[in-house]
Design a binder for this molecule. Structure first.
Ligand SMILES: [Zn+2]
Length: 99
């Protein structure tokens, strides 16, 4: 008798009669564990994958913000130098034109 089995992964409700099974794992759970690519499953692996993607996106954002902050800091320092030089030249010019 060929009875339908439930995928053994926590939270997964896929059954063997619904699609490919590899041992006790449904196709999507097996594929995720072996390739990292998540398929249609309501198991906790789907949550793990979503959290992982969100974490990676957050890391990329933090990294790009850090780079942007470094660039802005350099730009600020350059502008300060230019301001100081302009003030120095202005002071010199004022001294020269004062009677
Ligand atoms: Zn599964």
């Amino acid at each position: 008798m060929n009875q339908s089995r439930k995928c053994i992964v926590h939270g997964c409700s896929n059954h063997s009669h619904q699609g490919v099974f590899v041992g006790d794992l449904c196709g999507p759970c097996f594929a995720y564990l072996t390739t990292g690519n998540i398929g249609p499953t309501d198991s906790f692996l789907s949550t793990v994958n979503t959290d992982s993607v969100a974490l990676n996106n957050a890391r990329k954002l933090v990294s790009s913000l850090a780079t942007e902050l470094i660039d802005l800091t350099k730009e600020r320092d350059l502008l300060r130098e230019q301001r100081d030089e302009a003030l120095r030249l202005l002071g010199k010019w004022e001294e020269e034109v004062q009677p």
